[in-house]
Design a protein around this ligand. Structure first.
Ligand code: SF4
Ligand code: SF4
Ligand code: SF4
Length: 372
């Protein structure tokens, strides 16, 4: 069975809110996967060509039918091989995220080499792979002496390349036979399959998917990185990395424009942002944040911001920070709790109702000619 790209709509942050602007899968695949009507779309026949979406998605909404990066992580470390190659053990290097690359390097006693020789330097795929390796090495430099190595020298034809060649000649033979009437009849079933594979994959937000959207989930790649860091010796000094140089984790702050609307911490897919039972604070766990930016996209007053630097201390001594605290009072009108800022102790809803009632009263007076 050939490799298939699989999409789980319940995990995609675009399913959580129409405000999400995430396009990481689109950029990584050079629009082989693209955003249409809010959700990612791709042709049903998409296989390993969509692998870069798997490595790019912060919440692991994409996967490949016959490859699990989590299983690969453990089996690779158990094997004596220290070469990661599309000819050997992964369908494509782009299936691995920056977090996987960092975790593999830290967990391995021996240096790991990534085989990029099969990729054409002029392509988007090559750029995606190289920039992930560079980012992984940039982060590794700040926390360890280990680095990922690169092999860019082409080697002999592998079994996989031979299989690929066979595939191509089979496809050519199919087209040759299809050119005659007899051929078309004989290969109708194959033809139907080929047509079907060009159909778009449609994701539906059915009730089961919607129920799963509400679950907070920490991606496997983050659990792997987290457990590897626990067994990694702490560096002598910690560094602050520029926010724009690190794609998979962030530190944040909340400014005075926050209204405690509760959206960001209710919607955060991993639980990195949270509150207490009274909704009287905003807490943040940087090591649970996957930098999907959904919390920023949904914040109407734009009160949530990325810190300009990420402290590497967070990798080794994760903190649970309080970004904001609020005074919660019971409304004097309706008795419901609300976030109190200043002035009379009346919740925003009762205030709006009061204003509307006053407006109607004034209007009625005007109509009766009591006021101008
Ligand atoms: S969350 Fe993942 S699947 Fe959804 S748009 Fe972002 S990268 Fe694509
Ligand atoms: S930071 Fe923004 S989204 Fe979060 S509670 Fe405050 S106003 Fe709402
Ligand atoms: S804190 Fe924001 S950026 Fe981080 S995982 Fe939650 S929603 Fe995404």
């Amino acid at each position: 069975m050939s490799t298939k790209l699989i999409f789980d709509a319940a995990k995609c942050v675009r399913s959580h809110s129409k405000m999400s602007r995430c396009r990481l899968c689109e950029h990584a695949t050079d629009k082989r996967v693209y955003i249409e009507d809010q959700l990612p779309v791709f042709t049903k026949g998409t296989g390993v060509e969509g692998a870069a979406a798997v490595g790019a998605c912060p919440v692991e909404a994409f996967s490949l039918s016959d490859f699990s990066a989590t299983e690969f992580f453990f089996s690779f470390l158990e094997s004596p091989v220290r070469l990661v190659s599309s000819k050997l053990n992964v369908p494509c290097l782009s299936v691995l995220s920056v977090e996987h690359l960092i975790a593999l390097t830290l967990a391995s006693e021996e240096p790991i080499t990534l085989d990029i020789a099969a990729y054409d330097p002029g392509t988007n795929l090559y750029e995606v792979i190289v920039s992930r390796i560079e980012e992984a090495n940039f982060v590794l430099e700040s926390i360890s002496h280990k680095r990922l190595q690169i092999n860019d020298t082409p080697s002999d034809l592998s079994k996989e390349e031979a299989d690929e060649k066979n595939d191509v000649s089979e496809r050519r033979a199919f087209l040759r036979k299809s050119a005659s009437l007899e051929g078309i009849a004989a290969h109708k079933r194959t033809f139907d399959e080929a047509v079907e594979s060009d159909e778009l994959f449609e994701s539906r937000l059915d009730t089961e998917t919607i129920a799963r959207i509400k679950q907070k989930q920490i991606p496997d790649k983050r659990k792997i990185l987290f457990s590897v860091l626990k067994h990694t010796p702490k560096p002598e000094t910690y560094e602050v990395l520029a926010e724009e140089d690190i794609s998979f984790v962030s530190q944040k702050y909340v400014d005075e424009n926050c209204t405690n609307c509760q959206i960001c911490y209710r919607i955060c897919p991993t639980g990195a942002l949270s509150s207490d039972a009274k909704f009287s604070l905003i807490s943040f766990d940087a090591m649970l944040c996957v930098k999907c930016r959904l919390c920023h996209d949904v914040c109407e007053p734009d009160a949530l911001h990325l810190q300009p630097g990420f402290e590497t201390k967070e990798f080794f001594e994760p903190t649970h920070r309080t970004l904001a605290t609020f005074t919660i009072k019971r409304c004097h009108e309706c008795g419901n709790p609300f976030t109190y800022f200043e002035g009379e102790i009346v919740c925003p809803r009762c205030k709006i109702e009061e204003e509307e009632a006053l407006f109607l009263h004034q209007n009625a007076k005007k109509m009766r000619g009591e006021i101008k």
